[in-house]
Design a protein around this ligand. Structure first.
Ligand code: NAI
Length: 326
């Protein structure tokens, strides 16, 4: 029988954790024939809540779930893990500057990066979700001794999924008709959802929708600020769709991408598209099931280039703010 894939989840007792763990354990992430083990990592104030989550996992009697570790100790938590899903982070509170947030989380992701380097399985891959996820990923990557840079990812899949549905609804087509939906840059309000290279039924989404004013002035800001709109409507953040984005991200990385299609993922720039090497940037990617490549040669017109450059500039500034940690 197959060895379980061991998955660490930080912030496991949080809102995303509550929506995510049950999908991993049910087989949604690695498929219906693949056993899994969960290493749930929290901070001490959330340990009681985490115990409750473990009780609920027990009560599902998931056939694929072979082991659950619940801990506040990072060395124990990252021991032998094949995947590390870094979801937990300190939220921005009233009066906190973005630089404060970068500093506080910087310390968290320094420690987690070190613990991953020291304890994880040789094939470990890391997906950072906790915000600011690109720069948190940059910090973890630079502190995880012995783990190659190409194992580190940060999530723009939720943004991609949001953008796909907006385009499909505008065009009046099924969401499966939308492909090549690239989010370029930072997972932040500066991200650029590229409607020129996105396709609807194989044709440029910009041509199919034929309404540049809507695409530029409604679609882009709607995708960029969707998280805030959900908080306003629901009184709580977008946890279920974020968890779904995590499942989709890992599936995209571990299964071959459909012919001609791409998915959005933040990963360590190799200088592609004239970006600074070493920054964690969202690009159009493909997977062969194992290896991930940045898809080259997508044409960026002046509008696209300007939007992408502004988002990369923000990432350069974030790196500058945490330069002592990397
Ligand atoms: P939440 O506040 O409900 O849960 C976060 C959990 O992390 C809490 O249980 C907390 O105790 C734990 N935690 C805090 N510091 C920790 C540490 N050092 N080690 C382990 N656990 C720690 O937040 P929620 O809704 O689950 O969101 C988590 C993060 O995901 C937030 O930073 C949010 O901004 C981000 N996010 C990212 C998205 C993306 O597309 N990249 C989408 C949605 C949310």
């Amino acid at each position: 029988s197959k060895q379980p894939i061991r998955v660490a989840v930080t912030g496991a007792a949080g809102n995303i954790g509550y929506a995510l763990l049950f999908r991993i354990a049910s087989g949604a992430m690695f498929g219906p024939d693949q056993p899994v083990a969960l290493n749930l990592i929290e901070i001490p104030p959330a340990l009681d809540a985490l115990k409750g989550v473990v009780m609920e996992l027990d009560d599902c009697a998931f056939p694929l779930l072979k082991d659950v570790v619940a801990t506040t100790d990072m060395d124990e938590g990252f021991k032998d893990v094949n995947w590390a899903l870094l979801v937990g982070s300190v939220p921005r509170k009233a009066g906190m500057e973005r630089s404060d947030l970068l500093g506080i989380n910087g310390k968290v992701f320094t420690g987690q990066g070190k613990a991953i380097g020291a304890n994880a399985a040789a094939d470990v891959r890391v997906l950072v979700v906790g915000n600011p996820c690109n720069t948190n990923c940059l910090i973890a990557m630079n502190n995880a001794e012995g783990v190659p840079n190409d194992r580190f990812f940060a999530m723009t899949m939720l943004d991609e999924n949001r953008a796909k549905t907006q385009l499909a609804q505008k065009a009046g087509v099924d969401v499966t008709e939308v492909s090549n939906m690239t989010i370029w840059g930072n997972h932040s309000a500066t991200q650029y959802p590229d409607f020129y290279s996105a396709k609807i039924g194989g044709k440029s989404a910009a041509e199919v929708i034929d309404d540049e004013a809507w695409l530029k002035d409604t679609f882009i800001p709607d995708v960029q600020t969707r998280g805030a709109a959900i908080i306003k409507a629901r009184g709580a953040s977008s946890a279920a769709s974020a968890a779904n984005g995590i499942v989709d991200s890992v599936r995209a990385l571990t299964t071959p991408t459909a012919p001609g299609d791409t998915f959005s993922m933040c990963l360590c720039s190799d200088g592609s598209y004239a970006t600074p090497e070493g920054l964690i940037i969202s690009f159009p990617c493909r997977s062969d099931g194992q290896k991930i490549e940045i898809v080259k040669g997508i044409e960026l017109n002046t509008f696209s280039r300007t939007k992408f450059d502004a988002s990369v500039q923000e990432l350069s500034e974030e790196r500058e703010a945490v330069k002592d940690l990397i």
